[in-house]
Write a protein that binds this ligand. Sequence first.
Ligand SMILES: Nc1ncnc2c1ncn2[C@@H]1O[C@H](COP(=O)(O)OP(=O)(O)OP(=O)(O)O)[C@@H](O)[C@H]1O
Ligand SMILES: [Mg+2]
Length: 409
Amino acid sequence: MRAVGREVDWKALRIEVLETFTPGPPINEVAEFAGRKAIIQRLQDIAIEKARHAIIFGERGVGKTSLANIFYKDLNSATRMVRDIAVDADSLDSFDSIWRKVFRRIRWPADNATLDNYYPGPIEPDHVFLELSKFGQNEAPIIIIDEYDRISDETCRVLMTDLIKALARAPNNPTLILVGVADNILQLVRDHGSIHRNLVQIPMDRMTSDEIKDVISTRVRHLRMKITDDALWRVAYFSAGLPFYAHSLGKYSALRAVEVEKLQIDEALVLSSLIDCIADVDYTIAESYTRATEKIYRKGNIFAQVLAACALTENNDLGQFTAAAVEGPLSEIMGEPYEVSAFSFHLNQMTNPERGSVLRKTGARRTFQYHFAEPAMQPFIIMKSLEDGVLRPDVFERFYVKRQKSFSI
Ligand SMILES: Nc1ncnc2c1ncn2[C@@H]1O[C@H](COP(=O)(O)OP(=O)(O)OP(=O)(O)O)[C@@H](O)[C@H]1O
Ligand SMILES: [Mg+2]
C-alpha cells in the first residue's frame, strides 16, 4: 500500500509512474491497450475464419505492433489454443530468411530440434504450407511478420503472395498477419488483386482524441492520481493521435506532479513537461528539425516560423495542407501579413535533404499539397516552437481553441 493514512510515499509513486507510461515499447497486455475495439474484433474474426489473413498498415508510430501483440490474447478457450509466433523483418530478409526466423521458434513434440534445422536448403512456400498444416485442429497458429515494409526483396513479396494463395488449401487454420508502415497496401503486397479475399486490409489511422484521453486517464487512475479536463485536452491536442506523445506527456507531467507533491495533474504541469517530451523524441526527428531551421552563415531566416505555421495549419484527413492555408498562421506568428510568395521558397527548401526533408510535396503546379514526411514531426514542432519562443503562447492559444472546437468529443 503506497498511502499510509494521508501520507503519500512519493518515491514509490515516482517509480509507479515510470512503470505505467511506456513511450517507446509496444504494449503487450490487453488491459494496457486503449481503444481500437472494432479493429480488434475484425482481427479476431480473421483469426477464426479459414483461409483469411491480414495486413495491418499505417503511419509510423500509430500502434501497429501493439495491436498485433494483443488482439488474439482472449481467443484462447477450452477448444482453441493460440500459438503465436512474432518475428521482425529487416531490409536483408528473403522469403527463406523470414521463414527461417519463424521455424526457429517451432519445435514439433516428436523432434529433437527446431524446424529450421530440417531445412538446410532454401525454405519455399510449399515447405511453409506443409509445416503450418501440422498444427492441430484445436490450435490457432498466428504468425506475425512485423516491419514488413523493410523487406526490399521483390521475390520475397511474390512468394508471400503465393504462400497466401496456397494456404487456402490448409486442412487446419493458420493465420498470417503482416504489419508494416505504408499509406496503401500496394506498397507492401505484390499482386494483391489475386489474394484480396484471403488477405484482409486493416488500415490503421491515428487514435481519436477520446482514445488518447483514455490512454492517459486509465493510467492516471491506476496511479490513484487525477487529471483536470483541461490538462487532458492539452495532452490530446499535443499528441495529435500519436500514442507515443500521450505516454511521454503523461509520464513527464505526472513526474512533475510528484516532484511538487501533488496528486492532480493540471494544465500548467502538462505545459511544463513539454521540454522533457521534446528531449524524449526520436533523435532523427530532432535532427531533421535542426536541419530544417538552421541558420546558414549566421544569417537570420524564417524557417522556424514557417515550420511552426505549417504545424498549426488545418489539414485534411491525409495530413495535407496547401501553401495558401499557411498564410493565416504565419501572419499571426510574424505579426504582419505574409503572402505565399514570401514563403513558398521556404516550403520548397524544406522538401530537400539539406533542410532535413521535413516536408513532402504532392500534386501538380497550382494544386500542390504539403505534408510532414514523418507524422511525429508536427507535434514536435508545436512543442519545440512554444519552448523556443518561436510560437508565442497567445498565438498558439488562438489556434489551439480553434482546433479544439473541431475535435470530436
Ligand atoms: N492502443 C494503445 N493504447 C496505449 N498505448 C498505445 C496503444 N497503441 C500504441 N501505444 C503506445 O504507442 C507507442 C507506439 O506503439 P507501437 O510501437 O505499437 O506503434 P507502431 O505503429 O508499431 O510503430 P512503428 O511504426 O514505429 O513500428 C508505444 O509507446 C506504445 O506503448
Ligand atoms: Mg511497430
